[in-house]
Design a protein around this ligand. Sequence first.
Ligand SMILES: Cc1ncc(COP(=O)(O)O)c(C=O)c1O
Length: 494
Amino acid sequence: MQQENPPEIALLSLGVSRSEEVPAYQQIHEQIRRLILERRLAGGLRLPSSRALAEQLGVSRTTATAAYDELAAEGYVQSRRGAGVYVAADLPDDYLAIRQHKAGAEKGRNAIESSEDRPFDRSFEVGRPDAEAFPSRLWSQLLARSARRDMPALLREPAPNGLPSLRQAIARHLRDFRGLACDGRQVLITSGVREALELLCQALLAPGAGVIMEDPGYQAARQLFAARGHDVLSVPVDDQGLAVDPEGEAFRAAGMALVTPSRHYPLGMPLSAARRLALLDWADRQGAWIIEDDYDSEYRYSGRPLDALMSLDRSGRVIYLGSFSKVMFRGLRLGFLVVPDSLVETCAKVQSNLGPQAALVAQPAMASFIAEGHLATHLRRTRRLYAERLKTLQRSLAEAFSDVLEPLPQDGGMHVVCELRAALTARCGDRQLCDRAADAGLALTPLSPHYVGSRARQGLLLGFTGADEGAMQSAAKQLKTAIAGPSRPRVRAG
Ligand SMILES: Cc1ncc(COP(=O)(O)O)c(C=O)c1O
């Protein structure tokens, strides 16, 4: 029989509150984690068995085991078969704990700032997935499993274009969900849209070549093209998406077009079938490239998602750009490109030369998440959840804001665009409104900065996916106050 370590005094502080909404296993997990980080439970210390812990706290053994499993998955404890559970000797948050301690000593001057700590209400933030809806426990388990199983190979294999199993899993996923017939070779893993665009500029564009962008459009991409010395050619959009005019000046000059065909960013309409065909035809004749930015097509709430533009491409001119920032979480920093067969070698080589930017560590877990069907399940769940939230927001807009805001029709995505009605624009513009809301602690995104032309529409982008109904209602109240507030006195330049 093994000797039990004497129970640490610190463990006596554990307790489970039935009135809290947080599940019991998470409460226990959080309390033990904190004790470990605060060094009140030393590395190597043997913890009570799950049975003893369950008895102490008056919970089931399954609950105690679930708390230990979560701690083990995150690396805070190690479970030795038949020998018990021990506090890990090398703590993952060692450094953080030291920083927090020092920061405390310096009265918080050097505290690490987390965006979640800022006193902002982020309920209307655009493209923010709901962290509560993410299967964190499962994800931690997949990470822990891959750390055990895949680490030796990851240490040896640089995999400059991404992990082969992830590339294959993405190809299969795209075949099922987006009607894209592609294979794993065509998929290159990136750290996100920036890396993808850098890579494509280097691989496909002559210095200074023109790039068509939608107006309004994705300003981060516009800035990237401009910073690389490309001529950014703004083409307006209407209710059918990009106004494709192969004879127009921009189309005659461009070597590439960046488009959002499934749902225009930021306005939300799909590119019409006729415009899709016209764009493909233009690219074929001109020998130009189309980058299809499919940034949030997973979220369509009525009917099937439209097939990807790439699936219509017969001449190999379309490159598909995907991201896991919205369906997983933004900090993951994993995205991908699907390139036509003819470009696989060139793009793979350019990426190898640039050096991969996406960390390999999360890639095996991401591959399992897709291949084992968890991504499909997560998408189904979040689709239902977000569809409800979209309805809630639309109801609130109709009931409380119809005199000042006019929402554009929306059946997908993660935000609603609302135009400011004349009654409001007479008092303030969208930037001014957002500044005013920010002063009151509410994060809002104005529409007009997405335009480069002078006929910018005044409006707001209201995200509806990151916060539950209660939070959204309180944010709506703040929005109401910001709208009602007095306009700021104009400050004259100079
Ligand atoms: C229009 C658009 N494209 C692509 C992305 C994805 O970017 P990333 O994968 O770098 O997070 C975003 C994210 O906000 C976006 O708004």
